[in-house]
Design a protein around this ligand. Structure first.
Ligand SMILES: Nc1nc2c(ncn2[C@@H]2O[C@H](COP(=O)(O)OP(=O)(O)O)[C@@H](O)[C@H]2O)c(=O)[nH]1
Ligand SMILES: [Mg+2]
Length: 323
């Protein structure tokens, strides 16, 4: 038992050492440990965390097909021209059945595959009931700790999980496309709220000015921020407008640091993540109770018979799961 433990620990240590040295294979291994929630995950995070905190985390969010992967691919190259080491985490909820979308992402991002300073990982949301944000954050931390100066997280901007992922970024880029029905896009006001940059991609299409005016109006409706959210136009498929996006992304980071907003966000982010993790773990333990004889079923029966009230029941459950 202790022998196995020691050799496992030594193995993990070695992967961490190689990851910190920038070895892509080691990064992949460390991420797999996190993704599969292997027991070694705790040790990985313990050893990686002291090396984190330097990366600029950029979230790219927007509807499927808006060109996020194409844009990400171009951003990687622009950041590389600026000599930054880049990590990418692409989260794709559509990959459940065929894996097709993930493969598509991979092919589109192929341009960067031979560059040893670029690391790209696709993660499926499949089977990850909740916890997506926590897991993504850990994967981002690994890339950060392993020396990536820029970490891009691509995510579809629907659902609370995705919003949480976007919230964890320093700079969030929202990708919109002309002619997709502005009214429908408007419903995602919650996502608009967390955007630091707005990008109108597929600017080769009709309706760019209309969308521009519309987004401007939406921004004017939102509470005034100290940071002026720019609206940028790109044709990612033709590599147009990319450098401006990177310029603004870097300016946003500079703004965060100068204004003290960086520390504030970091504080809130850690607090939110800690509480979310606790919430998740408590729920997980409560749900597990369902399968124990004196667990949830019994309690539900009492609740139905009105011999127990919800207030007491919740307290009882909490006492059982918090040890
Ligand atoms: N016309 C046009 N098509 C684009 C542009 N950017 C991306 N696309 C295409 O839009 C499709 C979806 O792109 P993708 O990057 O996979 O979108 P994602 O689902 O948001 O990641 C692909 O066929 C791209 O080639 C653009 O600027 N103009
Ligand atoms: Mg994509």
């Amino acid at each position: 038992m202790s022998l196995t433990e020691e050799s496992v620990n030594a193995g993990v240590q070695e992967w961490v050492r190689r990851g910190l040295a920038g070895e892509r294979r080691a990064m992949a291994r460390l991420i797999t440990i996190i993704e599969n929630r292997l027991p070694e995950a705790a040790q990985v995070m313990r050893e990686i965390t002291p090396h984190t905190g330097a990366a600029h985390i950029i979230g790219i969010t927007g509807a499927p097909g808006s060109g996020k992967s194409t844009l990400t691919n171009e951003l990687i190259q622009e950041f590389r021209r600026r000599n930054r080491k880049v990590g990418v985490v692409a989260i794709d909820p559509t990959s459940t059945l065929t894996g097709g979308a993930v493969l598509g992402d991979r092919i589109r991002m192929l341009d960067n595959y031979h560059d040893p300073e670029v690391f790209i990982r696709s993660m499926a949301t499949r089977g990850q009931l909740g916890g997506l944000a926590a897991m993504t954050n850990d994967v981002v931390r690994i890339l950060d700790g392993c020396g990536k100066e820029v970490v891009i997280v691509e995510t579809v901007g629907v659902g609370q999980d995705e919003v949480d992922v976007a919230r964890a970024a320093h700079t969030t880029i929202l990708v919109e496309v002309p002619g997709m029905g502005d009214d429908i896009q408007a419903i995602k006001a919650g996502v608009l709220e967390i955007a630091d940059l707005l990008v109108i991609n597929k600017a080769d299409r009709d309706g760019v000015e209309r969308l521009n005016l519309y987004l401007q109006a939406m921004l004017n409706l939102a509470p005034k921020k100290e940071w002026h959210v720019p609206i940028l136009k790109t044709i990612a498929a033709q590599r147009q407008g990319i450098d401006k996006v990177v310029d603004q992304t870097e300016q946003h980071l500079a703004y965060l640091k100068q204004s003290g907003e960086y520390e504030k966000r970091e504080h809130t982010r850690l607090r939110d993540e800690l509480l979310a993790r606790v919430r998740e773990e408590v729920s997980r333990r409560v749900i597990r109770q369902e399968y124990s004889p004196d667990g949830l079923q019994e309690m539900l029966k009492c609740l139905e018979e009105r011999t127990l009230n919800l207030h007491e029941a919740a307290n009882l459950l909490l006492k059982q799961v918090i040890v």
